[in-house]
Write a protein that binds this ligand. Structure first.
Ligand SMILES: Cc1cc2nc3c(=O)[nH]c(=O)nc-3n(C[C@H](O)[C@H](O)[C@H](O)COP(=O)(O)OP(=O)(O)OC[C@H]3O[C@@H](n4cnc5c(N)ncnc54)[C@H](O)[C@@H]3O)c2cc1C
Length: 460
């Protein structure tokens, strides 16, 4: 599809060799270097309809770009057009109905800014530049999920352009099968042009980072695991094994050293005494080397995981839902962190449960609601380096905790190179129904640059 115009398309078209081509094809992961045959930057829903109808007539598939944060680089593919939604930034917040209607080019920092201006928020990603679209469609975990459910649990409805060029509205009452699949099934079913989110009153919380020297790493993970069984829903808890970045709040002596961290954040008003919940976490361990805990706005909470991300780095993600974190798993993760092939790589554990676990596993495409922890193994290195050792480290680390696996990994954090089996595992028993919905809405697998669900043989 090499063209200079598309009927009905009022956005920007960028062809290979164009002045802005290299900038427009770049995604968050600098290890991804793909060359689309055309970049169509949509500015409105009519542009999305025009590009999809045009691509269908031309017989070419398309890649779809939201925020471009997929570590697997799913937003961009070699030799096919990319439909780039990032210019679509409209957002409207209704503070009375507590609903935000958001366009698919928004990032979390942009949506948060709009909702927080009304003292509201929905569960969102913890790094501001992540796109709302891909994150919501894969499920969506963050500081608020234990309290308010996954991002996809807060999706009230969505507008979707399907592979046959129709604009549909999906909700519990309109195309409910499509709506079921959109909540976890990724970009397999169409291009979402509008997300309607339920919002919650969220302003103040208490929390921060507790940093420990690496000799305490096993104890830190034991405390994380011990506490998480009794944690109240309003306590969000992450643990991380990383190399300390040179940030101002970290003592100089720790810069470049392996460290362990607990990140507790407790939501609630002063009457709920969130500081007491955080103090209970702190009391499980000897005094930390770094303690940034204190009252925080939601905006500050949403910014504080930006630190370890180096702009322009190469990345490889893999992940696993864990049912438990026993001594063997702790030992394996600490030993993996000590052997990390890059000082930029991070192992992150996140306590799940709460509101997420109270939704039945069959209620949406997102399956692993009963898993106790999300394990995210994030290899990160300077782009010039050989990716092989970093990928091998990530794979080995995941394999080392296989005994604790709930069955698969979070689809938004899994690798893109392990094929169909890994995607099936990510959906577990929900895969069959997803394949049926895929067959109904995209029987030709037009939307295939994603963690792909193969259409079931039976077509509507
Ligand atoms: C630094 C970082 C931090 C992260 N933090 C979190 C976190 O806290 N919580 C969490 O749950 N996840 C997190 N993620 C994972 C994140 O959810 C995924 O990377 C997600 O794919 C990002 O969405 P995007 O729109 O930016 O991605 P893109 O790369 O643009 O797209 C990802 C996939 O979604 C499809 N897609 C995008 N937009 C649409 C659309 N409108 N309609 C249909 N399909 C579409 C694409 O085709 C592609 O298959 C993080 C990722 C990174 C890199």
């Amino acid at each position: 599809m090499i063209t200079t115009s598309i009927p009905g398309f009022a956005g920007e078209l960028i062809a290979p060799g164009g002045e802005r081509y290299d900038q427009a094809r770049a995604v968050w992961n600098a290890a991804i270097d793909r060359r689309p045959s055309l970049i169509a930057r949509a500015s409105r829903t009519a542009d999305v309809l025009a590009v999809i109808r045009y691509a269908r007539r031309s017989g070419t598939p398309l890649s779809i770009r939201g925020g471009g944060h997929s570590a697997a680089g799913l937003a961009v593919a070699d030799g096919v057009p990319m439909l780039d939604l990032s210019p679509m930034k409209a957002v409207a917040v209704d503070p009375v109905a507590r609903v935000a209607v958001a366009a698919p080019g928004l990032t979390w920092e942009e949506l948060d800014a709009a909702t927080q201006s009304r003292g509201l928020a929905t569960t969102g990603g913890v790094v501001g530049s992540t796109g709302i679209a891909g994150l919501t469609l894969g499920g969506g975990i963050g500081w608020l999920d234990r309290l308010a459910g996954l991002t996809c649990d807060n999706l009230a409805s969505a507008e979707v352009v399907t592979a046959d060029g129709r604009l549909l509205r999906a909700s519990d009452t309109e195309h409910p099968d499509l709506f079921w699949a959109l909540r976890g099934g990724g970009g397999n079913f169409g291009v979402v042009t509008s997300f309607s989110y339920r919002l919650h009153p969220v302003t103040q919380a208490y929390g921060g980072l507790l940093g420990y020297t690496f000799d305490q790493a096993a104890k830190v993970l034991e405390a994380y695991a011990a506490l998480s069984d009794q944690a109240p829903d309003r306590l969000a808890l992450y643990a991380a094994l990383a190399t300390a970045p040179p940030l101002p709040f970290i003592p100089r002596g720790l810069h470049g050293q392996p460290v362990a961290a607990l990140l507790p954040v407790c939501f609630g008003t002063a009457d709920d005494h969130p500081e007491r919940t955080v103090a209970a976490v702190r009391s499980l361990l000897p005094p930390p080397a770094v303690d940034t805990t204190g009252p925080m706005s939601y905006h500050q909470i949403q910014r504080f995981s930006e630190g370890p991300m180096m702009p322009g780095a190469a990345h490889y993600y893999t992940a696993e839902w864990l049912d438990f974190l026993d001594g063997t798993a702790i030992e394996s993760l600490v030993s993996a962190a000590a052997r990390a092939t890059s000082p930029l790589s991070i192992i992150v554990l996140k306590r799940m449960g709460g509101a997420t676990a109270r939704v039945p596993a069959e209620a949406t495409a997102f399956r692993y609601r009963q898993a106790a922890h999300n394990l995210d193994i994030h290899a990160q290195w300077v782009p010039a380096g050989d990716p092989a050792p970093h990928r091998a480290w990530a794979h080995d680390t995941r394999r080392a905790v296989r005994h604790a696996s709930a069955g698969g990994g979070y689809v938004n954090f899994i690798d893109g190179d392990l094929g169909d089996e890994r995607v099936r595992a990510a959906y577990g028993a929900n895969y069959g129904r997803l394949a049926e919905v895929k067959a109904a809405y995209d029987p030709d697998n037009f939307f295939r640059f994603n963690h792909n669900i193969v259409p079931a043989a039976a077509v509507r």
